[in-house]
Design a protein around this ligand. Sequence first.
Ligand code: F6R
Length: 606
Amino acid sequence: MCGIVGYIGKNDTKNILLKGLKKLEYRGYDSSGIAILDDKINICKTKGKIANLEEKTKQQRLIGSIGIGHTRWATHGEPNDINSHPHFSNDKTIAVVHNGIIENYLELKENLQKQGYNFISNTDTEVIAHLYHSYYNGDMVETLCKVLKEVKGSYALCIMCEQHKDKFVVARKDSPLIIGLGEDENFVASDIPAILENTKKYYFLNDMEIGLIKKDNVTIFDMEKNIIQKEIFNVDWDISLAEKNGYDYFMLKEIFEQPLCIKKCINAKILNDDIFFENFSITNEQIENINNIHIIACGSAWHAGMVGKHIIEKTCRICVNLDIASEFRYKNPILNKNDICIIISQSGETADTLAALRLVKEKGIKVISIVNVVGSTIARESDNVLYTLAGPEIAVATTKGYSTQLAMLYMLCLKFAYVRKNITTNVFKQYIKSLQNIESYINKVLMVEDNIKNIAEKYYNIENAFIIGRGLDYCISLEASLKLKEISYIHSEAYASGELKHGSIALIEEGTVVFAILTQDDILPKAISNLKEVKARGAKIVIIAKEGYKNLDELSEDIIFIPKIDEQFMASIAIIPMQLLSYYIAIKRGCDVDMPRNLAKSVTVE
Ligand code: F6R
């Protein structure tokens, strides 16, 4: 959702900005632009893809050693050339790019108009350019402090001034912004992949911090212009992880990276048949006394949380409340002493999840976050962060992010169960072995890719589908259904099989496609009865079943068998064919799987 890149240094500014913006394409955008400072600021911006911007930049002089760039995901004002960022002050001496929403922009606009400022766009961002101009006193940081004291809302901001050819300023509140540190050059970006090929050293800005970026140094200030000392984070992500490496799409590459990512995630926590969470501030005594667990997340991370709830309740006998972050915030949640909270977020920047985390912390509840992006806001604000180590996830639809979240939840669950003596040492050790096998079982599923591709060819032109399962299989169905709908635009509903007959079975008619997940022994007979009910009404059934389940042929058009593992880890195996199926169906339908319409990778608005 909107992306920022900024650069100062000796190299080709235009090229660095365009490359960085391309790397941020996955966040979702509808227009883009850059500004480069030479003797004056030159702006080039346009609606549409970055390829359009690249073409347009060829017709303009865009040379200089400072520049800012932006991909816009429209909120205020339609996507067009004028509303694209950067935005100028009226005299064109100040240029601004902004992510987020300025909530009081109408009020600010009115005041600025009274002072004679002329607005040419419909954006909220333009007020920043004029406000900055109105306060400008030659000191870029001081001016920004004044501006930020007036502004309400969320922002990541990058501002350039014609008068200052050796610096630019940045600030953030509730919208991510990182600073990349180079040699005689420095960078800013919304996200690490944009500048990963340039540097692996970063400062992560906190809310209400201002950065003054020069080519040979970066200084961070608070709102009173006091200097803040910052820790440098080294990010060990391999650059190749942010490239397609021969795959047609990032999504396919990331599906195939899952075995390795899960292995990395699990091995980082297992030592001598035990599970360790480094710097964990929750003692064994506190684990023994946990009252309720609250799992809070959005989208696929919430689906992972549902698997977590299922297995924690079953294995640890702790009651788990699972909440969608945007709902949790407004429900006056019941949080008691001895409760703990697990926040799940791949990006670590999701606005609703972050707001839920802050609310929980305010109530004095300990937060464990399961996060992928190192140094992200959720990671930094949690009492305990467990990094999933999946590396940069570029495709908008998560795959390896989700899978590693599951792996981390398994480990938390097992550790809690062991500490609370719900399972014996032997069982604990067996589970650990089983966890370590997940990687090879996923590899086995990936080997039947061609079979899955053939099935996709048969069903790609459907317009509706049901994905059903019971118990843990229902949790998997929810994630499978989201994958299918978000990248192929097929309307798909996940249903708990036993619930269909309470209404939705009315939609089943001759030819309705039903994907069924069957991995749980104890409810298999019941799940099969539910399949017979839809079959009797004309449904075409495709089954994803655990190896060894018999007599499914007469029920289904197609079956994909998946390897057996401990039942509570089956979500990790069963989701793989559904990811591949969704991918190949979407490809057949001509969809842009990496950047589905209307979606953004990191949802930083509420
Ligand atoms: C779907 C998907 C989203 C995210 C959700 C939360 O494929 O990726 O549903 O899971 O937007 O994002 P994070 O995990 O970054 O908080």
